[in-house]
Design a protein around this ligand. Sequence first.
Ligand code: ZN
Ligand code: ZN
Length: 74
Amino acid sequence: MQPESVQDCVDCLALGERNWAHLRMCLSCGHVACCDSSPHKHATAHFGSSQHPVMRSFEPGEDWRWCYVDTAIV
Ligand SMILES: [Zn+2]
Ligand SMILES: [Zn+2]
């Protein structure tokens, strides 16, 4: 899976903003988006629009994954 962006939330850039906190990457399509600590929460928005359930951290040194579906079930 190739990330579509190396270091930016493309949805924030589309809004002309760069004030995200951390980045996540969708494991289904490579979409890079900002986390829930960021003002626009684009990772959650991506799940809402695409139903792609699994994101992983896109921060250096982090390799954890996050599944919206598993979390929703709990
Ligand atoms: Zn964003
Ligand atoms: Zn996706």
